[in-house]
Design a protein around this ligand. Structure first.
Ligand code: HEC
Ligand code: HEC
Ligand code: HEC
Ligand code: HEC
Length: 178
């Protein structure tokens, strides 16, 4: 046999190896059908995987069924783009204080409570050199660029809880005596 065949065998071996690898690595249900996708190729069972994924965060529509007044208030305020859960989900379950068992009745997975610390507000309002100076507020379909109001927490009423003066749901001020 001519020595010229040797590289041909190598090439054939590589092709066979690629085909075998493809059989092992590509999921059996990888196909181009089902679904309104630009590139149809996908693992078909990925659709069920996504559907079965448990949603943790529910947004203010979920809270609205029982707290419609607060959702209205927030929607009319500077905090209209902030979800209730952004401030009310407690990382430590011991801080949970919600009177209704949302877990049992609604399959809700998070712990709702109240954080009145300065830390909560500083997360978004403390002056930081890398924080953008403007904020894009989405009002329905309209986008409006506003100043992102930031304070220096070491100078702005240090030591007093922000919620002593500010009404967080209206993003305005509390009336005297409240
Ligand atoms: C099935 C009705 C229901 C749903 C849904 C619900 N709540 Fe409540 N929640 C209540 C009731 C009733 C109270 C007690 C009365 C009150 O403070 O308005 C309460 C109280 C609270 C309190 C005060 C807790 C405290 O320590 O005093 C917070 C904060 C709260 N809810 C946030 C939320 C958020 C955020 C959501 C959405 C993720 C939500 N709730 C969804 C019914 C509900
Ligand atoms: C920017 C943070 C923030 C957002 C957003 C927010 N809350 Fe609150 N919420 C607080 C804080 C802080 C308190 C405690 C206020 C105080 O003591 O003055 C509070 C108090 C409450 C209370 C106790 C009763 C009351 O009215 O003070 C309820 C109920 C409540 N929030 C529900 C909601 C719901 C429902 C939403 C979404 C529509 C929401 N909150 C959005 C921070 C927030
Ligand atoms: C998750 C981020 C976030 C948290 C937490 C948060 N804010 Fe805001 N806040 C915003 C954004 C975004 C705006 C809209 C841009 C602006 O006006 O600065 C805003 C607006 C405001 C305004 C200006 C309202 C206006 O109409 O001019 C005040 C005052 C304010 N927040 C106070 C607070 C206080 C007090 C707390 C804590 C109890 C708090 N915020 C917590 C994001 C946050
Ligand atoms: C003793 C009352 C008091 C406390 C406590 C307080 N503030 Fe204020 N805050 C005010 C007053 C009054 C103004 C309006 C005048 C000014 O800008 O100083 C204001 C203004 C603001 C503004 C708007 C600034 C702007 O550029 O228009 C933000 C944001 C704010 N506060 C956030 C906070 C945060 C966050 C905390 C807690 C870390 C806090 N405040 C604690 C009274 C208070």
């Amino acid at each position: 046999m001519s020595h010229a065949w040797r590289p041909v065998f190598v090439v054939l071996a590589v092709i066979v190896a690629i085909l075998v690898m493809r059989m092992i690595l590509v999921p059996h249900d990888f196909a181009a059908k089902n679904g309104d996708y630009k590139y149809q190729w996908h693992r078909l069972s990925a659709e069920t995987t996504s559907k079965d994924f448990t949603v943790k965060y529910k947004g203010k529509e979920f809270c609205q069924q029982c707290h419609p007044d607060l959702v209205d208030k927030i929607n009319a305020s500077g905090h209209q783009n902030i979800q209730c859960e952004n401030c009310h989900v407690m990382v430590e379950s011991a801080k949970k204080s919600h009177p209704i068992d949302l877990k049992g009745d609604f399959g809700y997975l998070l712990d709702i409570g109240i954080d009145r610390s300065r830390e909560l507000c500083k997360r978004c309002h403390a002056e930081l050199s890398y924080r953008p100076q403007t904020y894009v507020m989405t009002k329905g379909t309209v986008k409006e660029t506003v100043k992102f109001k930031q304070i220096d927490p070491t100078k702005h009423n240090a030591g007093i809880e922000c919620v002593m003066c500010h009404d967080v749901h209206t993003a305005g001020f509390k009336a005297a005596g409240k």
